[in-house]
Design a protein around this ligand. Structure first.
Ligand code: NDP
Ligand code: A1CAB
Length: 270
């Protein structure tokens, strides 16, 4: 079984580690490197995995190294690892906007999979877009896919640029749903519910709607129609959403996310 090292043990790495452990990967096969002593203690306690303050030490003996630091410090982290990587090690980067070409240059290494996961990995409901650099072997692709599939599902992309769209839809996507729930709770309170009740109603509605979307043969539009009685309450709400430009707001928001992903690539490319 592959030994997996996480470089950076923040929000997204924690979601992946939690998901991998829950799916049966032994804790002894996972370790993480993280500069903050407090965060290391928290991760060690939460997941019972070995932690390191030193990235190079953490990578020794790893089959797969998952780069889970912020895009802004990726270059520095990669350059400090470049000397010690061995040809067989697979690098998986989850950073938004950092291209495989930049990673290859900084790491002086060719076996790189770029991936865009999302935080529902923590509850095995993640979805990831994956793109493999040319040098990645079939076995390495399978290993990357196995890791991401163990915390949800994954799709391979034929063009690296498509990662910008994946980031806009699913990488950032959980935040859009959380924002909607926040707004629904707030609106429910304004309409006279207490916060606890409004939360319970909004959360369970999100869960129910998500399960119907995934389990029903009907499309999202058809499921929406089923809720929308002619001249009823849903129609009144949806008319308001659409009069305020709902579809156009969503489209503009996702375009902003995709553009930011592309900008990050520009910003961090020589
Ligand atoms: N959050 C998300 O939903 C998603 C995030 N991503 C990508 O994942 C990456 C991480 O994001 P996220 O988890 O949200 O960010 P976090 O800030 O939560 O995690 C990054 C972690 O890296 C640590 N770190 C800082 N410097 C180093 C270093 N030199 N060596 C090792 N670790 C270091 C940070 O420690 P400290 O805080 O002490 O600086 C922090 O714990 C980003 O590149 C992001 O684009 C991808 C998909 C989804
Ligand atoms: O907001 C971000 O930049 C990261 C990438 C996708 C989700 N979180």
């Amino acid at each position: 079984m592959n030994k997996i090292t996480f470089i950076g043990a923040g929000n997204m790495a924690s979601s992946l580690i939690g998901g991998l452990l829950a799916q049966g990967t032994p804790a002894a096969h996972i370790c993480a490197s993280e500069p903050s002593a407090e965060r290391r203690a928290q991760i060690a306690q939460q997941f019972n995995i070995q932690t390191f303050a030193d990235n190079q030490q953490a990578c020794a003996g790893a089959d797969i190294i998952i780069l889970a630091v912020k895009p802004q410090i990726m270059r520095q982290v990669c350059e400090s690892l470049a000397q010690q990587l061995t040809a067989q090690q697979l690098i998986i980067s989850i950073a938004a906007g950092i291209t495989t070409a930049s990673l290859a240059q900084w790491l002086q290494h060719q076996s790189i999979v770029r991936c865009m996961p999302n935080t529902p990995a923590l509850v095995q409901q993640g979805i990831s877009g994956l793109f493999a650099a040319e040098a990645v072997s079939t076995a390495q692709k399978q290993a990357a896919e196995h890791i991401l599939n163990s915390v949800g599902a994954s799709v391979w992309l034929s063009e690296e640029q498509q990662i910008d769209a994946v980031t806009a839809v699913s990488g950032s996507g959980p935040a859009y749903f959380f924002l909607l729930v926040e707004a629904m709770v707030e609106a429910g309170v304004k309409l006279g519910l207490n916060e606890h009740t409004a939360k319970q109603l909004a959360q369970q509605t999100a869960l129910g709607a998500a399960r119907m979307l995934c389990e029903s043969p009907l499309s999202a539009a058809e499921l929406r129609q089923q809720v929308t009685s002619p001249q009823g309450t849903t129609e009144a709400a949806i008319r308001r959403f659409q009069a305020a430009g709902f579809e156009s707001i969503v489209s503009l928001a996702l375009a902003a996310a995709a553009q930011r992903s592309a900008e990050l690539a520009q910003q961090f490319t020589d």
